[in-house]
Design a protein. Structure first.
Length: 148
């Protein structure tokens, strides 16, 4: 600590121009550092880094899953028919399960009954419209014959 006290008391031998140049250089370095920090920690820059990281991770996980799944159905000898059959059976069972679930939920919620009721209403409205047209036509015909 004694040295630093003596150094601060030592006379600066630089000229005014050299000091100004040193200050300018220091300002430029500080400005560049601050701009770099501002760019690095700007919310948009942080968001972009996070998004890119997430995309990269998702892509890697997808490729890993795809490779593992592919290895399950194809090996050095070719396609593994037994595994393909299992996949087909599971897919068909899943599809059938979804259809059954949809039907059950439709019945429980009354969706099927509502559809039937709407169809009956539409059919009744069409029938009423046809009947009204026929009656109007018949009335028009009667009025024409009565005026003669």
């Amino acid at each position: 600590m004694a040295d630093s006290g003596q150094q601060s008391k030592a006379k600066d031998t630089r000229s005014v121009d050299e000091i100004r140049r040193d200050i300018s250089i220091t300002r430029t370095r500080t400005s560049a550092t601050l701009e770099g920090l501002a760019e690095s920690y700007h919310p948009a820059a942080i968001k972009n880094r996070v998004v890119e990281g997430a995309k990269t991770t998702a892509q890697e996980k997808f490729e890993e899953f795809r490779d593992k799944a592919y290895a399950q159905v194809k090996d050095e000898a070719g396609w593994r028919i037994d595994r393909l059959k299992q996949i087909g059976i599971v897919g068909a069972a899943g599809f059938t399960g979804l259809l059954v679930l949809r039907a059950v939920v439709g019945r429980l919620t009354g969706a099927t009954a509502r559809k039937k009721f709407r169809k009956a209403e539409i059919d009744a409205a069409k029938t009423a419209k046809k009947t009204a047209k026929k009656q109007a036509k018949a009335a028009k015909k009667q009025a024409k014959h009565a005026s003669k």
